[in-house]
Design a protein around this ligand. Structure first.
Ligand code: M6R
Length: 604
């Protein structure tokens, strides 16, 4: 939530900062702004609205300069107005600051600064920072000292980047909010996420909590919370810059749906050898003392956790999935033989990080299944397991869900094999073989899907329900989440058998129910549940593998190729992604940037 980009050392800095903001817009998109520092001082231009709408006016308003900082905002303190947009300045306008996170003691600081006669012009917590830097600059000429003193007064979470008129160094600080340094050709970048500058460099260092960085066009000096000089490993990011641009696609979401065969092939690369699961990160025996697994996650990642819990339960390992925000309340029993797995695409979701930390405090073994190398979750566990899906820009998670489920399927096999309570699948060879065929089968779904046609018949219905049993149940919930997230229509996902215990009262002839089948032994029951809603006048759209007999009871069918019943729901989910996408497109919604949402939610 909120994106930061700084570019230091280029004559086309403003263009690079604008480009970076566009690449980061998925992190927040209610207002944006840029500050440029040159020999005349600091100039700021900022407005409410999306960067795509503002970029020309911002570029026209700003002078030339080789140092620029920019911000795209997702509001936490104060509504999206010009005044609340970042960068924020202090009394003199000589210091400009962008910030991601929440400054918890801003009320107290603001009162103190106001009592000293300083005037505030926004509702944000961030505005205290430039005022504090300016205040300390009254006692010292050294901008770094003033910046550090200001940062020392802050409580809460922050990634902060500041420029000052009297300095050609950009200062940055990180606490519980990501910040990465990019090493370009004769220039440096600072950003909250790598896609901001990936077109220009894949060489990065991730700052750690407490770090302060002083960055010029030639140097990057990092000191830790004690002021000691530290070096942060320089890494090469294994992401392709082409994945951060839409190319011929109208929306990132469709591009990312279409890229799933490739993403899953990357996820699987080198991880299956005949009947063996090969996880470099977790060799055989790693989980010998695990007898229960808890997945902690939010949103789509929670649904991937639900899916994985079902797979593990089938392999006799007690496993549960928990909404991270609830888990963090601390009531779930944990012991030393519990493996807690934080499932998080971004690795930065605050609720998930809180749950992970709680599991660690309570003595659980922990890992994370994440997409982002160097993310907070990845750095807070001993060994992260990467899903290797490549950058996902659309706010709606698509390819990362598929790659999470595939990664978790492999992890489940390894845990069941190692754990004293687990059982190795009797059909393991067939399961792993089926897993390796998923990319080509997704290709088939993408080529043949009639989801758009189905959407045309139902786009003006009153409500959309999704039902399924077993692994189809988490995918029913995921289908509904995706649908409501990008269409803004009322959608709910239920365990198929639950419908008759209440939700059936909502069903009318203007409701459509998507019923998911797996090719497994629960399909007859799902069919009966579908008939119950059909009897109340609702239309049924089945999503079912080839060959599953639907007894002619459904109104329409979206077919998926036949596979192992434990994996069918991965294919089903692709049909549901297309249903949501086409429905949102027909309704003319902002598909990649749905209202009120942001890709990465870094506040609890
Ligand atoms: O980065 P994370 O996987 O931790 O994000 C968790 C949720 O915020 C995320 O999955 C959200 O539900 C999706 N954008 C929905 O499409």
């Amino acid at each position: 939530m909120c994106g930061i980009i700084a570019c230091i050392g280029r004559t086309d800095t403003v263009d690079r900062v604008v480009e970076g903001l566009e690449n980061l817009e998925y992190r927040g998109y209610d207002s944006a702004g840029i500050a440029v520092r040159n020999d005349d001082g600091v100039a700021v231009d900022k407005h409410a609205g999306k960067i795509s709408e503002l970029k020309h006016s911002i570029v026209d308003e700003l002078p030339d300069g080789t140092i620029g900082i920019g911000h795209t905002r997702w509001s936490t303190h104060g509504p999206p107005t010009d005044a609340n947009a970042h960068p924020h300045t202090g009394e003199t306008g000589d210091v400009a600051v962008v910030h991601n996170g929440i400054i918890e003691n801003y009320d107290t600081l603001r009162d103190e600064l106001t009592a000293e006669g300083r005037t505030f012009t926004s509702d944000t917590d961030t505005e205290v920072v430039p005022h504090l830097i300016e205040k300390h600059l009254e006692d010292t000429d050294d901008v770094e000292t003033a910046f550090r003193r200001a940062v020392d007064e802050l409580d809460g979470s922050y990634a902060i980047v500041a420029v000052a008129a009297d300095s050609d160094t950009v200062y940055a600080a990180r606490q519980d909010s990501p910040l990465v340094v990019g090493y370009g050709d004769g220039c440096h970048y600072l950003a909250s996420d790598v896609p901001a500058f990936l077109e220009h460099t894949d060489q990065v260092s991730f700052l750690e909590d407490g770090d302060v960085a002083a960055v010029t066009d030639e140097t990057v000096d990092i000191t830790d919370a004690d002021g000691e000089s530290v070096s942060r490993e320089r890494e090469t990011v294994d992401w392709n810059a082409e994945e951060t641009v839409k190319g011929q696609y109208e929306h990132f979401m469709l591009k990312e749906i279409d890229s799933q065969p490739n993403a899953i092939s990357n996820t699987l690369q080198g991880r299956i050898d005949g009947d063996d699961v090969v996880l470099e990160e977790f060799p055989e025996g790693t989980f010998a003392d695990v007898s229960a697994v808890q997945f902690v996650a939010c949103g789509t990642s929670y649904h991937a956790g639900l899916y994985a819990a079902r797979l593990l339960n089938k392999l006799d390992v007690p496993a549960t999935a928990h909404r991270a925000s609830e888990y963090a309340s601390g009531d779930i029993p944990v012991s030393a033989d519990t493996l807690a797995v934080a499932v998080t695409q971004s690795g930065e979701t605050a609720d998930t990080l809180a749950a992970l930390r709680l599991a660690q405090e309570k003595g659980a073994q922990t890992t994370t299944v994440t997409n982002v190398v160097g993310s907070t979750a990845a750095r807070e566990v001993e060994t992260p397991l990467y899903i290797r899906a490549g950058p996902e820009i659309g706010v709606a998670a698509t390819k990362t869900f598929s790659s999470q489920v595939v990664t978790l399927s492999l992890l489940a096999e390894r845990v069941a094999e190692d754990s004293p309570v687990g059982t190795v699948r009797s059909d393991r060879a067939a399961f792993l073989d089926a897993l390796q065929r998923i990319p080509e089968q997704i290709d088939e779904v993408l080529e043949r899907s009639t989801a758009e046609h189905v959407c045309r018949s139902h786009v003006h219905d009153d409500a959309y329900f999704f039902i399924g049993q077993g692994t189809a149940c988490p995918v029913a919930k995921e289908g509904a989440l995706k649908f409501k997230e990008i269409t803004y229509e009322h959608a709910e996902g239920f365990a198929a058998g639950e419908l008759k215990h209440g939700p059936l009262a909502l069903v009318t002839p203007d409701t459509v129910v998507f019923a998911m089948f797996t090719g497994g032994d629960r399909d007859t029951k799902t069919l009966n549940n579908a008939k119950e809603v059909q009897a109340r006048g609702a239309d049924i759209v089945a999503v079912a593998p080839e060959g599953v007999d639907l007894d002619e009871c459904t109104d329409e069918v979206l077919r998926v190729p036949s596979t192992h019943p434990d994996l069918t729901s991965l294919l089903t989910n692709v049909q549901l992604q297309l249903v949501s996408y086409h429905a949102a497109n027909l309704l003319n919604r902002e598909i990649d940037k749905p209202r009120n949402l942001a890709k990465s939610v870094t506040v609890e």
